[in-house]
Write a protein that binds this ligand. Structure first.
Ligand code: MN
Ligand code: MN
Length: 294
């Protein structure tokens, strides 16, 4: 695998993630029926939604990923305190949206200095899984670091076995895709997850796409494995509604890693907030460079 191929897929994953966030945010918290009535098929980055976004604007999913990625690059490795500090700075920057579990965890760290929350039944949201891509990129050649860093950054806000297992699984799938492995390898990772926690079984697809990590992962895996292009994969996913910016982002990450950056529709790439796109390009280069050193 050449560095060029790796960069192509890594950039596909990160830009695909941001495109899914910007595309899905328009229909976040809508039902499939409401989306169909309003848009027929929602397929362009047009902003709006409950956050009344500008077209191309991204939300917490991408912003938290960038905060995490920047901490890794600034420290050329892992510094959990720096990650948590970047989350605090982000929280205080008046972001467009923030999940309740993320807010609670970041506020706890800010006010008490405690990096990790105790396990909680209601922590099984998708907020830690959604921001983990920079860890995947930096640890492409180090599965040991991948697990350790992923769980640490997750536990700043989410401490639940289902969120942990999902975060590790989606990260491992991205790793395999960027390293050039095929769908069988990805399905093996999904099988591992379902063996550990049967509730993640996604076939037949139950059709729920909420922010509960089980619903999120089922939606992402179902549409990733049942579509055959970057564009059709994202469109199908976000038209399922619910937590559509996050399911869109996560499926955009997988599809971008699979199909490569060249398969992201031009109309989405040009619409995406260009400052965000620039940061993503810089971080991708920096994180892959770091991966080669670790
Ligand atoms: Mn969001
Ligand atoms: Mn969301």
């Amino acid at each position: 695998m050449s560095t060029e191929q790796i960069l192509n897929r890594a950039l596909g994953a990160y830009l695909g993630f941001a495109c899914g966030d910007a595309l899905g945010a328009t229909v976040e918290f809508m039902t499939p029926k409401q989306i169909q009535k309003r848009y027929d098929v929602h397929q362009d980055i047009i902003g709006g939604g409950w956050l009344t976004l500008e077209a191309g604007q991204v939300t917490d999913d991408t912003q938290m990923s960038l905060a995490l990625g920047q901490a890794i690059i600034d420290h050329q490795g892992w510094n959990i305190q720096a990650v948590a500090d970047n989350f605090v700075a982000w929280l205080e920057s008046d972001p467009p949206d923030i999940g309740n579990t993320c807010r609670r965890g970041i506020t706890r760290y800010r006010d008490s200095g405690k990096l990790f929350g105790l396990p909680r039944e209601d922590d099984a949201g998708n907020g830690s899984c959604m921001r983990n891509l920079p860890v995947v990129l930096a640890t492409l050649n180090r599965p040991d670091y991948f697990s350790e860093w992923s769980l640490q950054q997750s536990h700043i806000t989410h401490n639940h076995p289902l969120s942990d297992a999902a975060t590790l699984t989606l990260g491992r799938i991205v790793n395999r895709l960027i390293n050039g492995q095929g769908m069988d390898a990805c399905k093996q990772e999904a099988e591992w997850l379902i063996d550990q926690h049967g509730e993640f079984a996604y076939s037949p697809y139950p059709g729920k796409a909420s922010g509960y990590i089980v619903d999120t992962v089922q939606t992402v895996l179902h549409y990733f494995f049942s579509t055959d292009s970057f564009e059709s994969c994202l469109i199908a996913t976000v038209n399922q509604g619910g937590d559509a910016d996050t399911t869109g982002a996560l499926v955009g990450m997988l599809a971008g890693a699979k199909y490569g950056v060249g398969q992201i529709p031009e109309r989405w790439l040009t619409r995406l907030d260009q400052q965000i796109a620039d940061q993503i390009r810089q971080q991708t280069t920096g994180l892959i460079r770091l991966a080669e050193l670790l």
